[in-house]
Design a protein around this ligand. Sequence first.
Ligand code: FE2
Length: 467
Amino acid sequence: MKIEQIFTSCLAEMAYYIESNGEAVIIDPLRETAPYTERADNDNAKIKYIFLTHFHADFVSGHVDLAKKTGATIVYGPGATAEYELYNGSHGEIFNVGDITLEMLHTPGHTMESSSLLLRDENGKEQCLFSGDALFIGDVGRPDLAIKQGELTEEDLAKHLFNTLRNVIMPLPDDIIVYPNHGAGSACGKNMSKETYDTLGHQKEVNYALRADMTEDEFVKEVLTGLVAPPQYFPKNAGMNKGINMEIDDVVARGTKELSVDEFKSLVADGALILDTRHQTEFVKAHIPGSIFIGLAGGFAPWVGALIEDINQKIVLVTDFGKEEEAVTRLSRIGYDNSLGILPNAITAWSETGNKLASIDQVTPEELANLSGVNILDVRKESEYYSERVIDAINQPLDTINKTIAEMDKDKTYYVHCAGGYRSVIFNSIAKANGIHNLIDVAGGFGAMKNVPAFNMSEYACPTTML
Ligand SMILES: [Fe+2]
């Protein structure tokens, strides 16, 4: 028996590959199919089932493509319906995989069709639970994403989740390992641990949602407190997971097409957005005017989903050499399938054909500390700002940039920082593309500013909303 947790840090997502005696299953695959088919090929195994623990909202799965390529059956929990063929498992149903079994447990709460899978080894012993978003390490799946107007409230779902945890999951043996679908950084929960698995027994000791003496009312209140609004792409991805989408191979083939400068320009003239995925240090030095920076070396997919509102937006790409397919694939993982090509060797190609490049001015923290009366914008999250900040910095979190831009004074100069220099360059690129040019990026962000004694730092901040 082989159990492999496949962690994707950008989305804090865990898919699973399980193999036993020539048969394999995949649980919660991402959009691409190669990582799973290659594993099965290496083991000379046939993928028999593709389990989806629920209709995911934070990524688009490639289960339909994977089923087409492998002949595997797509399995969901009770009540799931979609545009493609699927098999609805029932609570307690046993799925044989080589010499092991997976028992489906219906675990509603995060969504109504949510299911978990209990793996028993060759000797029939319970080994682990693939808990989807029903139970995370340190948290549980948020019950507010799958509400249905007039039918199902977040309180209803939270009560289902309470019942699931108490009556389905907590009675399982303490020594089984819990393998969830997400880890820290995912917006599917609010307080996940960095660990990607744990024993159920230990979770009963440390996970607030599994507290032994908790009442249903207490649970509902705690699980619904402190939830922030989900990213705008979540309902769109949940919808795509119920439909049949463009095949990933076609998305990648079109998205990695090499364009000439003229072709690139004409697509931009036709409404395509230039997305630059290189490192921020390269973007700051030189980029194609009007391009948006969201680097692959960061939370790429969630930032694309948060900041590019139209999921069907036409996109042309500037990437590092060798990163073309990765960029297109990572876009398609959250349903941005409309990549139309790349400009190879973009910066050189652009300038050699007589086109102007743009850059972003930067200041070191030391230089900024010596300036007085300047406007400092801190684009980190509110929680980061409130824990520690530079006095006089105004907090405008990156995910509220559209509102911020509308309020900015084009004649003022703003010094923009985040924690380490990734989000501030995203902010600067979007503001510049919207005609705001008096922006100076603070190199190294708050991490570097903290080392400059001349800054007046506060550990506790009061909310500041004016700009
Ligand atoms: Fe989820």
